[in-house]
Each structure stands twice: as C-alpha cells, then as structure tokens.
Design a protein around this ligand. Structure first.
Ligand code: FES
Length: 607
C-alpha cells in the first residue's frame, strides 16, 4: 500500500539547458529550476513583481495563471504558454522552455571559427544612379525611369520584384533620385541610400544552436556575430524527435515559425550592434543539417525519418527572404547550398569548403560531432562521407547529471589519486556535466583504474560507491560543494551511453578508412569542427578510443567551420560553385547497411 505520508513527485525537463529534475508536487517551476541548479533571473525573489522569470510551457499541465500573471502577461503571451516560473506550479510531468533573457548568464555558444581570406567574387552588384525626376513633360513611370537610366549607363534593364515595387517609389524620392541599386542576376533587389554598402547574413542553423554573422558585402568584413540556442529544442532534442513532431498537427509550421522568429531576432540584434538598418541586408546564406534546412525552407521532413532517408531536395535553393517570413531588404534572397544526403547536410559541405577539403591532396578526416556526427575522408582525390548516430550523450542528454555547455557545467576533470580536480564553465559551482566533461571523466577514470576496458566500474575503488539498487556509481562531486546540494554522479548507464556514442563515431571513421583502403596512421590531418569539438580534450578522445591514436599535432580544432563556410559563400560566387562541386563529388556511405559496420561498432565499444 502506498505510504500516505509520501509526497507525490513530478518530473520537469528544462530546455534548452537539457536539465531534468524531480520535484515534490506543489513546488513552483522557479523552485524546480533552483533545485536543478539552473539560474533563472528572479529579481523580486519570487513575489511575482519583476516578470524576469519568464518561461514557456511546452508540454504537461500547470496550475491556472495567477492574478499576478494575468496582470503581468498579455493574452497572447498566456495563450502561447508563457508563465512566470515563480507562480506556475506543475500538475503533471512538464517540459518547459526557458528563453535566453530569463537566464542569469547566457549559454555558451560556439560562433568563432578560423577565418580564411576569401577573394570577393560578388553575387550582388551595386550601381549608383542619378535618375531624372518626373515632371509634367516627363511622365514615365518610376520603374521605366530606373530601367532607362540603367540602359543609358550601358547596362541591361532589370526585373523589379513586387516586394521591392511596393517601396521603390518612396525610396527614389527619399534619396532625391540619387540612389544605389543592389542587383542580383538581372533583378533589382534593393534600393539603398547612396552611402550604404549592401550587407549579407551568414547563418549556421544547428540542431542545438544558431550562429549568425553580419557581413559587409562590399569588403567582406564581418560587422557583428551572434548566437542563440535553437528554440526548436523545446519540441525535441534531436533531429529525429523534431521530424516526429513535424508530423503532428501544425507541427512543421510551428517548427518553421519558431526558427524564423529566432533568425529574425538574431538579425535584429546584429543590426542593432552594428548600428545599421535591417533593410540593408540583401543576401543570406544559410547552412544546416538536412532536416534543419528543410524545416527552415518549409519543406517536408517526413521522408527524412524513414528508410531510405532521402532529402526532398539536394540541389542549391534560392528563396525570397520574405516568402518564409525573414524580415530584411524587401527583395532579399536566401541561398541554401547543396545537401549531400538525408543526414549529411549543407553545414557539412560548408565545413569541407572552409577547410579546402575538396581541393586537398592530402589524406584528411573532417568531422563535426553532434547528435549526428558527419564525417568525411578525403583520400587520393576521393571524398567519402558518412553520418553516425552518435546520440545526444555529448549534449548531456541521457546522462544522469548531464547538461549542455552552460554556466556551472563541468567541462574538465583530472583525477589525481583520490583527489578530483574540476573546471566548470564560468567557474560557477558545479551543476552537472557537459559532453567534454564526461569524456574527460571517462578518460581519467580509465587511467585511475576506476573503470575497466569493458566499461564496468571497479567497486573496490574508494571513489566508487554502491547505490540502493546495488549498482556501482562514481561520485564526481559531493553534495557539499555542488550548486544544488546533491551529489553529481557518473553511473554505469552513463558510461554505456558514452561507449555507444564514441563507438558510433569510431566505427564511422574506420569504415571510411576501410573503403579508401588506408590505415589511420596514413592520415595527414584530422579536423574537428563544431561547438562540441572545440572544447574537447584531444588526449581524452584518443584515450577513450573515440578518435584513432594519431600524434596530437595532426589534430586541428577549427571551431564553427560551417559558419565560416557560409560566410565564404556569402561573398563569393566561386565558393558557391566549389560547394556544389564538393557536394557532387562526395560518395555517401550508409553505415546501417554496411556489412562490416556492426562488427567494427561492437569492437569499438571497448575502451
Ligand atoms: S521572480 Fe520576479 S516575477 Fe518571478
């Protein structure tokens, strides 16, 4: 019989930090966040007067809005699921999304990458025109007047899209008939003030985070850069769960709108920072994995979730920004580069482009680790690619005390005898473990003899205890020094999650090497791209067997190479052609049907 004194408990999932916590029924969401060590701004201390603890309900049931909330939030906000965390009490298992402004410190996002000098090869041409104003003796329409002036200058007359037509007459008059036109493939897409150069936006749309770069197209200089979490995360942590959600009523539309709103927010912020008008942005290059690409463009994704996992489109796409709700210059266009396959998208093409992989004569592996890890091997003029389902463990998901790379996440670990040295993000008291931390922990536990090669914890180690279910667990941080007053532990199940993730990546690398007929020692370079890859300790990746045992000097961590590749395609038509060539050259290998995959994967499970 149930103990009547026992309190009912409720599970709360918090996105985008990826923290999960169990609370007693009757506690508020703010209390749940505090228990999980997630720092929400709560200026008024929870009395409901500052509106700083705003969260959005994604699923589950909350207590009805209090009077405080109906006073602080408008009807649309309440209908959209927004609540004050200090007022809302979960009535069932609940998932909430915490907007960036509600955190005391921002998430760590990878927006930096190694920039290469790229010669400008403009997609957008500008032409400065002095146009004769109309008079009673010259009644030509505005568009005729513009095109006649172009012809007088020895240029071809241009098409003018409807989006620009609605503003052109006003712009011509505001500029006193002295204007700078932005032309793209025989079309006028913007009418700028004479002193203003056209701007571009490079976007890297990741499953977890978004990165954006505002670029002056006249000189190729980056004016501002910014990143944010992908708010779609509220509808699913990985690509597969988002594809499932897209199949629900209005799901695809919701995912697209959420993403577009975030991109509009990013471009708005970048323009504010650079003190420029959004109407100067005339061109966008957006890269992402195939599912993000499709959701951004409003394409169907159902087929990406079913064998044989084919994209709806793999050729480059040109869209009008306003067609999908991106708010820029009226005629601004969005270029979406080629995808390679259902699970290898334009973001990987951009990584290859930014690192000159298509042209390299050496033997190079380039990979970008995420819930899906895309790997390419360049060898003797061939490009072989695959995608491995490395799972969300490196994002902190499915790990007992896992979390994303946010303040308080343990990212480096050293074990020295019985002493454990930790480094947390922003040096905050430890809240949980992020991907680089868990990989470090496994590597150190192996060296310290706490973990054996098949992934079992050594129960005799003084750092290992047995829980009430007789399962061994490693106490990484005792409750006395953690941010939330609970032990931070690593369980056998956590180790298994890491084994599966690292084995999937290693098996992908091995299959590509096998297909190319070379051994790992013949690799000249091993390029690790992406947010997670930036913070990895290469020695830990080798110790755990995720990467092959090459000299550390052959590894290169290049940061957000996908964003760098997108920037190159923003300023250079030649780079767009190179990207098409790269995507066309890749031989994609589907690991799930490769005859050797399972054997290699199982062997790679050992440390
Ligand atoms: S903490 Fe101030 S309104 Fe919730």
């Amino acid at each position: 019989m149930a103990d009547p004194a026992a309190k009912e408990t409720i599970n709360i999932d918090m996105e985008p930090v990826g923290r999960h916590v169990r609370i007693e029924a009757g506690s508020t969401l703010l209390a749940a966040a505090q228990k999980a060590g997630v720092e929400l701004i709560a200026i008024c201390g929870g009395s409901g007067t500052c509106s700083s603890c705003l969260v959005r309900l994604v699923s589950g049931e909350l207590s009805p809005p209090t009077l405080v909330e109906t006073g602080a939030l408008n009807r649309e906000e309440i209908e959209a699921g927004y609540r004050l965390a200090c007022q809302a009490v979960p009535l069932s298992n609940t998932r909430i999304y915490i907007p960036p402004d509600s955190f005391t410190t921002p998430q760590r996002l990878q927006i930096e990458g190694l920039e290469a000098e790229v010669a400008l090869d403009p997609i957008i041409e500008t032409v400065d025109l002095k146009i004769d104003p109309p008079s009673l003796n010259d009644l030509r329409a505005d568009t005729t007047r513009v095109n006649d002036t172009l012809v007088e200058r020895g240029l071809e007359p241009a098409e003018i899209p409807l989006e620009l037509l609605t503003r052109l007459s006003e712009s011509l008059r505001a500029g006193d008939w002295f204007v700078r036109l932005a032309l793209r493939r025989g079309e006028i897409i913007a009418c700028l003030e004479r002193e203003n150069s056209p701007l571009g936006l490079a976007l890297d749309i990741g499953t977890t985070s978004l990165a954006a770069y505002l670029v002056d197209l006249a000189v190729g200089r980056t004016l501002a850069r910014s990143g944010t979490m992908n708010p779609q995360i509220a509808y699913g942590e990985d690509v597969i769960s988002r594809i499932h959600f897209a199949g629900s009523k209005d799901g695809r539309q919701k995912l697209q709108t959420t993403l577009i709103d975030a991109v509009n927010g990013l471009s708005h912020g970048l323009c504010e920072e650079a003190n420029v008008s959004r109407e100067r942005i005339v061109e966008v290059v957006a890269v992402g994995n195939t599912a993000m690409h499709h959701l951004f463009a409003g394409l169907p994704v159902k087929q990406l979730g079913m064998a044989p996992y084919v994209p709806a489109v793999s050729d480059p796409l040109d869209l009008r920004a306003c067609e999908i709700g991106i708010d820029l210059a009226p005629g601004a266009c969005i270029y979406l580069p080629s995808n390679i396959a259902g699970f290898v998208g334009a973001d990987h093409v951009a990584v290859l482009l930014a690192n000159d992989i298509g042209k390299s004569s050496g033997r190079v592996v380039a990979l970008d680790i995420g819930t899906n890890t895309e790997i390419t091997l360049a060898s003797d003029g061939r490009l072989l690619s695959c995608s491995c389902a490395s799972g969300p463990a490196f994002e902190g998901a499915h790990i007992h005390d896992g979390m994303r790379a946010a303040p308080g996440a343990i990212e480096r670990i050293r074990i020295d005898g019985e002493r454990i040295h930790l480094q947390t993000i922003k040096n905050q008291p430890p809240v949980g473990i992020c991907g680089s931390g868990i990989l470090d922990a496994v590597s150190e536990m192996l060296d310290a003899g706490i973990l054996n090669n098949n992934g079992s914890l050594e129960k005799n180690s003084p750092l290992v205890r047995t829980n009430q279910d007789n399962q061994a667990e490693f106490v990484l941080v005792p409750s006395s020094i953690s941010a939330h007053g609970r032990d931070i532990i690593i369980t056998r199940k956590d180790i298994n999650e890491i084994q599966v993730a690292k084995a999937a990546i290693r098996a992908g690398i091995e299959i590509l090497l096998k297909e190319a007929g070379i051994g790992f020692s013949e690799l000249d370079e091993f390029i690790v791209a992406g947010a997670f890859g930036t913070y990895l300790d290469i020695k830990s990746t080798i110790r755990t067997g995720m990467f092959p045992p090459l000299p550390v000097s052959r590894f290169r961590q290049v940061g957000n190479a996908a964003g760098m590749g997108a920037k190159q395609m923003l300023v250079s038509a030649g780079k767009r052609r190179d990207a098409v060539e790269i995507a066309g050259k890749v031989d994609y290998i589907e690991l799930t049907i490769h005859p050797d995959y399972m054997d290699i994967f199982l062997k790679a499970m050992y440390f």
